[in-house]
Design a protein around this ligand. Sequence first.
Ligand SMILES: NC(=O)c1ccc[n+]([C@@H]2O[C@H](COP(=O)([O-])OP(=O)(O)OC[C@H]3O[C@@H](n4cnc5c(N)ncnc54)[C@H](O)[C@@H]3O)[C@@H](O)[C@H]2O)c1
Length: 383
Amino acid sequence: MRDGATALAARGAETIIEVKLPGRSYAVVIGEDLLGSSGRRIAATLKGARAAVVTDANVAALHLPALKASLAEQGLLLGEVVVEPGEASKCFTVLASLSERLLELGVERGDCVIAFGGGVVGDLAGFAASILRRGVRVVQMPTTLLAQVDSAIGGKTGIDTKQGKNLIGTFHQPSLVLADISVLSTLSAREFRAGYAEVVKYGLLGDAPFFAWLEANWPKVFSTPGPERRHAVETSARAKAAIVEADEKEEKGTRALLNLGHTFGHALEAYAGYSDRLLHGEAIAIGMRLAFTFSVELGLCPASDAARVERHLAAVGLPTTIAEIPGTKPTPEALLRLMAKDKKVKGGKLALVLVRGIGEAFVEHDVALPRLTEFLTRECAIG
Ligand SMILES: NC(=O)c1ccc[n+]([C@@H]2O[C@H](COP(=O)([O-])OP(=O)(O)OC[C@H]3O[C@@H](n4cnc5c(N)ncnc54)[C@H](O)[C@@H]3O)[C@@H](O)[C@H]2O)c1
């Protein structure tokens, strides 16, 4: 990580992070008030493309007029498709109607789809773009903290089925990512906090100085759209870009590190029914704390590091224990079943991202199920 003091970007100027991939490199542009210049930026990068915007009703009500005006100014706007907010839109039914609407708007091979929203819109619109006319380009314009630091970068698209989340999808890298941090100001405090869990993740998985910086600066990251918030978004986006460059399709193990806390977290999310009871980032916060505590129990990680992680997540108001999930609590058996569904169990062993300390995550392929069961039994009993 660059030195925190010098890395704080000057207000106004944008930062460009290159994601370098053979034949499909792209820029992630991070800055304030980018909506107004988005038409010009898209026209310059995707020459000759017209654009159809996909968004959800919440984002449409708050920010669509500004984006549409900017696209119309450049003569790019084909129209928009507005889906219902929420995870339920990541399904075959909505994918089908969205794809047909995009065809009706006249999207041709040389045009692009703009995914304007959080991770739900990014995954859904990215998937639709990847199959529309055998693949049209997509511009990701993430509007949640989670999407700006994670889901808009890296090209994973997908929808959910009754068999699980994100099991149907494609790798379809965007041609451009425009992350306007000004739009984060309309995000609810709870959604912002949940997205912050993914910011913390980058510190925990490979950047201890960044985690220390977050411990010292989180109040400013949360309270104002100033340089600290921007630094948090940029450092996270840079980390995501580097991981994607190293292992685009999750074949070498590097990209798997992004799953720190996710196998535990996905099981908790599934248990809570992917509902408002537990947002994705909240589940990941609990999952990361579990990954640290489990690593301490296995003798891999100093207890003081796990304590720091728990303290920081709790300080920002994120949950860290299963007991904090509202409503009925899962049994260890139920959690284990859900974890085994998320990650394949081979010969009674499960792969998990564990840690040797803050900033030192690795994939452990041989986690013995009895050991994990014991651990979950203790965690589920915490009142
Ligand atoms: N593709 C990937 O690599 C990847 C990585 C992580 C997560 N994901 C996916 O991302 C999804 C979660 O994304 P999310 O947390 O952004 O959720 P989301 O897209 O559901 O957005 C959360 C809520 O915030 C609202 N919203 C969005 N932007 C807003 C703004 N600027 N102001 C006010 N409200 C706004 C939305 O309407 C929604 O109600 C999950 O489906 C997950 O699977 C994908």
